[in-house]
Ligand binder design. Structure first.
Ligand code: GN1
Ligand code: MG
Length: 366
């Protein structure tokens, strides 16, 4: 704790620090809550994973541009409660940047949003609010004057994710494929299932190359637990802005449903409980179509069912790649964790794929 206090003291915080302890369950950064004395806000301290976000200055400049733009829009719209509707990053005392390097790690601090709740699952009502909120988030950023950099280049590029899997298979760094050849053959079976649908899942890149599909500023990590709700169940704001960058709208639509339409967590081992819930899809789509009415193109709208399949598929490929590489990217709690996640996401993909005609009919009915 002394170490964390010393780091926090480099930032221009109000109040005295009383306590610092771990917060949340992100898979990439380390997050802590900073409790301060009465009358001052609490804060969130994060160690930025700079192996993944290699350009921390670019990362924070993106986030500052996005939060300032949203804040100005909310202010112009006469919004009250601004401090709970958009994140606010605190500058360091010297130099004014919103990050601090201690010679080993990069750190940042934002104001803790009070009386807010996150959920790991949502019902259809909340799903519709979330759809509208993420659509609205994209709409607010549609006229962002400065161009954002890609904090992780080609982050949601399915072609790249498949190439990374091919490399992982070739290298078999952890020897897991080798062991599988003498074992159950499960890993081979997963690979051939991915191979069978891989090309079809790269439709976004194909459409983009043909000049039919634009990139827009998207959130790119719209997991259900990255949205804050207030005590009445109304959406406050979206958090975890590290991956806000130019992408296809499929990113935000697909990643939310990947987590929200699945009745169990992405790492639940009970594969038989995995399902793609149509009631959640319908509610989210209704909200999202409303929130994006001003800009969504027909090609984007028509491909929303594809997006709903793409994200479980891409996440399965990413978890599986990490499993073959020996678990170097995602935090794991036990050796087979990434394989369990892969099984879960593949099952979700199968379920979503079977429901594409239903999804299309629903969208046409709107
Ligand atoms: C990571 O850090 P977290 O848990 O918000 C990942 C997402 C994945 C997600 C899977 C930068 O997000 O892309 O969908 O894990 N973020 C990065 O749970 O890779
Ligand atoms: Mg997160």
């Amino acid at each position: 704790m002394e170490k964390f206090i010393a780091i926090a003291k480099h930032f221009a915080l109000d109040g005295d620090i009383l306590d610092i302890r771990p917060l949340g369950n992100g898979l990439i950064n380390d997050t802590y809550k900073v409790t301060t004395s009465e009358g001052a806000p609490d804060y969130v301290l994060q160690r930025i994973n700079h192996h993944i976000f290699t350009d921390v200055d670019l990362l924070q400049r993106n986030i500052e541009a996005v939060t300032a733009h949203i804040r100005a829009k909310l202010e112009a719209a006469g919004e009250s409660d601004l401090d709970r509707k958009v994140l606010h990053f605190v500058p360091v005392k010297e130099g004014g940047k919103t990050w601090y390097y201690d010679g080993e790690s990069y750190w940042r601090i934002s104001v803790f949003i009070d009386r807010a709740k996150t959920y790991e699952t949502v019902d259809p009502t909340y799903s519709e609010f979330a759809g509208e909120a993420f659509g609205h988030f994209e709409a607010m950023l549609a006229d962002l004057p400065e161009a954002l950099g890609e904090t992780i280049p080609d982050f949601h590029n399915m072609e790249l994710r498949l190439r990374q899997l091919v490399d992982a298979v070739r290298e078999d760094k952890a020897g897991r494929l080798h062991a599988d050849a003498h074992g159950s053959g499960e890993l081979r079976a997963i690979l051939s299932e991915i191979d069978a649908d891989g090309e079809r899942m790269c439709r976004a890149e194909q459409l983009h190359r043909e000049g039919k599909l634009p990139k827009r500023v998207c959130h790119c990590d719209t997991k259900v637990n990255n949205m804050l709700f207030d005590e009445n169940g109304d959406v406050l704001c979206v958090i975890d802005l590290d991956t806000v960058m130019p992408s296809y709208v499929f990113s935000d639509f697909g990643d939310f449903l990947r987590t929200a339409a699945n009745p169990v967590a992405e790492d639940a081992p009970e594969v038989e409980k995995v399902d793609f819930r149509m009631d959640i899809f319908e509610a989210f789509a209704r909200g999202y179509i409303r929130g994006t009415a001003d800009f969504l193109l027909p090609v984007e709208r028509e491909n929303l069912p594809y997006a709903a399949c793409l994200f479980p598929f891409m996440q399965a490929v990413r978890f599986f790649t990490d499993y073959l590489n020996g678990d170097t990217y995602y935090k794991i709690r036990y050796p087979e964790h990434n394989l369990v996640r892969t099984r879960n996401q593949m099952q979700l993909y199968r379920s979503a794929k079977a429901k594409v005609p239903q999804m299309q009919r629903f969208l046409e009915s709107l």
